[in-house]
Ligand binder design. Structure first.
Ligand code: HEC
Ligand code: HEC
Ligand code: HEC
Ligand code: HEC
Length: 477
């Protein structure tokens, strides 16, 4: 298991390095995490309970009841995980700010802290502006108490219709869902919930424009399986498997996550108010480090660093749409839905090419590509992802056809995380032993090393490192 946890930490490190600029930011962030730990130990379940009157008073139209209604010591507010069915210490884990399981409870507080305040200052936003532009993701949209950040109902759905019955005799996951609980077991549903904030969504204040990035917001980076694991506050024991129709299949979670991310990006990009900012395209949809890489024009003349990409038939100098999830989706489609892969590939190329023609052409191409992604998402959701298929997907990611597309940083990062996720998923399903997975750590670490520095990304060296990792994984086949 050690190797797997190391992998998680490493994926976190890549996400942190890429989403926060530089070592200083990381050091500051660790210091903040330390401070947060001190603060969170003051906030016991009781302090949440003490605030319950204001929550009750603030019940919204949508039946949002607030954290306090989940926090009872006989409910989810226990201090130890000794619940007969679920752990029942979920509140404590949601509040545990020293770990990513606690990230959502502090989501609104980070807006008040120095980095959040600096972003607001640069954007010229006052408190009302922060509510408008930040609360859609840093709190539960529509909740009465913004200070609770992203609360239980932010993911599990407003509980007005099921709160009093979901633990009674005769309750089942199916009945809860029928009464309005969000079906987070369904990978498509879950991906859509997370993407609202971990990419952008349709609700007010759920769009992370390039202006917000340029004011110092971390780049958003997401992978459904990894992020689920990091924020998990439940145990997948025998009882869970029985209630939820089996344990999580990490490979399926990963593949559906890629398809849903492609869909979401294209959906938002197709909205005229989202895709354009003044006279410019909205840069948030494009690959950050393709614009932000340095230009060398030294004594030996210009040194062009861009590498041709057969998956993106656009002219040099055109900002490349961020296709990190498209590359992964194609790799998975080639194996799990081979009949649909060629269409997806052709439509992805047509989408990139349409950028040279105009906005109307590009939106039409986006629509066609989104349909393909949607069909693939459903195919994946109904697939079991066998051992053979999972090995084949890893091969496909590193194969020449796909490898040629790793010209830019974002796709490269997704591919390393994918290989790690897929290998971890096979270990969880008992398809590969923990011992043999651990022996591959060295090669996977080399692939991580090749994406450590977003500002010094070297596509050719990266492909070599990824190829090495996949070759040694193949030896387990
Ligand atoms: C589309 C959703 C979205 C919007 C809108 C948004 N954020 Fe964020 N923000 C996130 C996510 C997701 C993260 C975590 C990124 C990660 O670690 O993967 C984050 C991280 C941050 C962080 C860093 C937190 C830390 O722990 O270091 C700060 C500060 C921040 N946001 C402030 C703001 C402010 C201020 C606004 C409004 C101007 C805003 N955000 C708008 C989604 C959003
Ligand atoms: C960021 C989203 C998110 C937030 C916030 C969140 N959860 Fe969860 N929770 C999940 C996901 C995803 C699962 C796993 C779902 C599954 O597989 O059934 C889960 C699982 C659970 C489970 C176990 C379900 C089971 O059937 O075993 C309980 C209980 C739970 N959450 C309670 C809470 C409580 C109480 C809070 C607030 C203190 C909370 N959650 C906050 C996303 C969230
Ligand atoms: C309503 C918005 C919202 C929803 C829904 C949401 N998140 Fe988040 N999430 C955030 C914000 C904002 C942060 C950053 C908080 C911070 O860093 O302080 C965050 C942070 C995280 C982190 C910690 C990342 C890090 O770098 O430490 C993980 C893991 C995570 N979310 C997973 C998920 C998963 C999985 C889902 C879906 C089941 C989900 N989130 C749904 C807003 C949301
Ligand atoms: C199409 C090109 C392009 C893309 C793609 C792009 N940016 Fe920018 N970015 C710019 C320009 C132009 C500026 C303004 C530079 C200036 O004012 O000097 C800028 C400014 C910034 C700044 C402020 C830098 C500074 O020194 O003040 C940050 C941070 C930033 N972008 C982050 C991002 C992130 C994160 C992404 C990916 C989501 C991204 N950018 C994608 C062109 C781009």
């Amino acid at each position: 298991m050690q190797g797997i946890f190391k992998g998680l930490r490493q994926r976190m490190a890549v996400l942190r390095a890429t989403s926060r600029s530089g070592a200083l930011a990381i050091a500051a962030c660790l210091a903040m995490a330390g401070a947060a730990l001190g603060a969170s130990s003051l906030l016991g379940p009781d302090s949440v309970r003490a605030e319950s009157p204001s929550v009750a008073a603030g019940q919204t139209l949508r039946g949002h009841m607030g954290v306090a209604s989940c926090a009872g010591s006989t409910c989810h507010g226990r201090s130890i995980a000794d619940g007969a069915v679920v752990r029942q210490d979920e509140l404590l884990r949601w509040q545990e700010e020293s770990s990513p399981t606690g990230a959502h409870s502090r989501a609104w507080r980070v807006v008040q802290e120095p980095r959040g305040q600096a972003i607001l200052r640069r954007l010229g936003l006052d408190a009302a502006g922060a509510q408008r532009d930040c609360a859609g993701c840093h709190a539960t949209p529509g909740a009465a108490r913004v200070a609770d950040g992203v609360d239980c109902e932010g993911c599990h759905g407003s509980s007005g219709n099921w709160l009093s019955t979901h633990y009674t005799v005769g309750a089942s996951h199916g009945r809860n869902v029928a009464q309005g609980m969000t079906d987070l077991v369904n990978p498509q549903v879950k991906a859509q919930v997370c993407l609202d904030c971990h990419f952008s969504g349709d609700a007010r204040g759920q769009f992370i424009a390039h202006r917000i990035m340029a004011a110092g917001h971390p780049r958003i980076s997401f992978e459904l399986d990894l992020f689920t694991t990091l924020q998990s506050h439940h145990d997948e024991d025998a009882d869970y498997a029985q209630r939820k129709g089996g344990k999580t299949n990490a490979m399926r979670m990963w593949a559906v996550g890629q398809a849903e991310a492609v869909k979401r990006s294209l959906e938002l990009f197709s909205q005229p108010t989202r895709a354009v900012d003044g006279i410019f395209p909205e840069f948030t949809f494009y690959d950050c480090h393709s614009c932000h890489r340095r230009i060398y024009d030294g004594e030996a003349g210009a040194n062009v660093t861009a590498v041709p990409n057969p998956g993106r038939p656009v002219d040099l100098g055109t900002p490349p749409y961020n296709d990190e999830n498209m590359i992964m989706l194609l790799a998975a489609a080639k194996v799990v839905a081979p009949d649909a892969a060629a269409t997806f590939d052709a439509r992805a190329k047509a989408f990139h090419r349409a950028m040279l023609a105009g906005r109307a052409e590009t939106v039409a191409a986006a629509q066609a590509l989104r349909q393909s992604a949607d069909a693939l998402s459903s195919r994946f959701a109904a697939s079991s992802f066998t051992r053979e298929q999972t090995f084949a997907i890893m091969d496909s990611i590193a194969s020449d056809a796909i490898g040629d597309r790793f010209t830019d940083y974002e796709g490269a990062v997704q591919s390393v995380m994918a290989v790690d996720t897929l290998l971890g998923g096979m270990v969880n399903q008992g398809m590969v032993s923990t011992a043999s997975a651990t022996t591959l750590r060295v090669q996977i670490n080399q692939a991580y090393a090749a994406v450590r520095d977003p500002n010094g990304f070297q596509p050719i060296a990266f492909r070599r490192a990824l190829g090495g990792a996949v070759r040694s994984i193949r030896s387990l086949r």
